[in-house]
Write a protein that binds this ligand. Structure first.
Ligand code: SAM
Length: 244
């Protein structure tokens, strides 16, 4: 039936496509995607011929309206280059516009690097905060980390190989005493997950420059928040500080 079908795709291992994703990608009238070459390859691997429409959050209103008109009449899938659309990927504006117009929106769950990283790291999973990509510039990156310092949850970031060492150094400085975990090349041949104090990981990755895609996780501020009372006191101090 007509509507928007958000479809998660593999983050490395093509075997991770779901049965429902294959069925849906085959059955829709068109597939909206970030990069037609990337999605074209995936569909070719699945032996699916489809009409591909490039779309992202920067698309102008006219282009978005065309897509919305189509999904009001027919089923349209939305995919990103890898993983779950909208998670550090385009799609938010399209979903918002579709909902506003009363178009049916559904999502087919599947791979997501942040969630997979959380399952591997051995860090607390009861509360986590996904913070996407840190800003590339040193000052803005440190400011963002400082802003998150008091959050009593595991922090999750997306990273790339060339920036990992700088980011680990910033974490060591701005969030001292926290355990970190690096999950790399998930679902691929050289998948790995290393955890420990930042200094240990800095030493390792200085000797073995990290390639590929990375999820960086930072454990919650355990040492600082020993008890619930401490946590409340910290929160109250934060609030007073914010009001002042
Ligand atoms: N929508 C995707 C998802 O659901 O995970 C994320 C897209 S975002 C543009 C790309 C970033 O996700 C990479 O820089 C990396 O931080 C992370 N990522 C994607 N695939 C990964 C993988 N196989 N291993 C580790 N991290 C990955």
């Amino acid at each position: 039936s007509p509507g928007l079908y958000i479809v998660a795709t593999p983050i490395g291992n093509l075997g991770d496509i779901t049965l429902r994703a294959v069925e849906t990608l085959r059955g829709v009238a068109a597939v909206a995607c970030e990069d037609t070459r990337v999605t074209g390859k995936l569909l070719q691997h699945l032996d699916i011929r489809q009409r591909l429409i490039r779309h992202d959050d920067h698309a102008d209103d006219h282009a978005r309206e065309g897509l919305l008109a189509l999904m009001a009449e027919q089923p349209v899938a939305l995919v990103s280059d890898a993983g779950t659309p909208l998670i550090s990927d385009p799609g938010y504006r399209l979903v918002r516009a579709a909902r506003e117009r009363g178009i049916a929106v559904t999502s087919l769950p599947g791979p997501c690097a942040a969630v997979m990283g959380m399952t591997l790291a051995g860090l607390p999973t009861d509360r986590f905060l996904f913070a996407g990509f840190l800003p590339p510039k040193a000052k803005a990156r440190a400011d963002t980390l400082a802003e998150l310092a008091a959050v009593p949850a595991t922090l999750i970031f997306y990273e790339t190989g060339p920036r990992l060492l700088d980011t680990l150094a910033a974490v060591a400085e701005v969030l001292p005493g926290r355990e970190v975990a690096v999950a790399r090349e998930l679902t691929k041949l050289y998948e790995e997950c290393r955890s420990g104090p930042p200094a240990e990981l800095i030493a390792h990755y200085a000797a073995h420059p990290p390639k590929g895609e990375i999820v960086l996780m930072v454990g919650p501020p355990v040492a600082q928040v020993a008890t619930m009372d401490d946590a409340e006191a910290m929160l109250r101090a934060e609030l007073t500080h914010a009001k002042a």
